[in-house]
Design a binder for this molecule. Sequence first.
Ligand code: ZN
Length: 308
Amino acid sequence: MTNEENYWNDSLSEEVDADVFETERTCFNYKCNHCNTIFLSFADNKITKCIMCNEDDIKCSSSIESVNVFAIAFAKVLNDFINIYKKKIFWNPLVPIKFKRKKIIYSVSKVYLPAFLSNINQKGLIHFIGGEKETKEDKRVETKRYNVVERVYFDYNDILINTISKLDDKVFQTICDYDFSNLKEVDSSDDLEISYLVKDIDITDVSEKTRGRIAKQTISIAAQNVPHSLKKLKADETSITFANTKEVYVPIYLLNVKYKNKLYQCIMNGQNGKFHFDIPIGIIETIIFSLIIFCLVFLISFLIVYFL
Ligand SMILES: [Zn+2]
């Protein structure tokens, strides 16, 4: 939210200059002293709790910022989140009653999450050990091993990379299948309810992380070409390069519930409604629910035997 160089890498900045028009508003910067998350809001009413950890130890300062970002618009509304929350948590008999009693359902944050959108190329050599089982004349089974080298050259387009360290990558991946054809320049003065998380991971720091994510796919495809029944990865000598990397903002609904000193994260994709909810399971509730089911099954079986 500083200037357009932040949204696009250097190679693309020239293209963007022509399109960017800037609006200036008072921007409120919040820093959480508990988890170090920084987020911005353009709403005048003060936010009192951190949108990531729900603690109230946050500091606010204001500045004037340009508010144009490249983002995917929200297609889901707050009620969509609340309906899923009720279905998955409120009506779930295994969720502890104390957890349900927390009146947090309406403190859901509408958030733009910064991420890198990038095309990634992976190329190089992957070494496998292939194996074939052979039955000898004396019926002994021996495994014959072969060294197999696969040369790969793969292009992955529109890979979205999380730049918020507080958000678990595995969680992010379960909800991040956005449709980027709707990516456009958004003026955040349109919707003051939205908070903007500020990235705390740089593209250079996420390169290894991203490599791990796409390498799995590359290796499994390359392994299909190994002409042996047994195959094992020996060494990965590939390199990856990023191209057309740009900073984009993707819409999410975020709710963090603190319960028994643990943070339960409920997150929903604001474009397609895909969600991931961390749900606590209560021991007492599980026992009671199991007993009810047992009694019901017992009663029905008894009635069937008695009346038939
Ligand atoms: Zn925090």
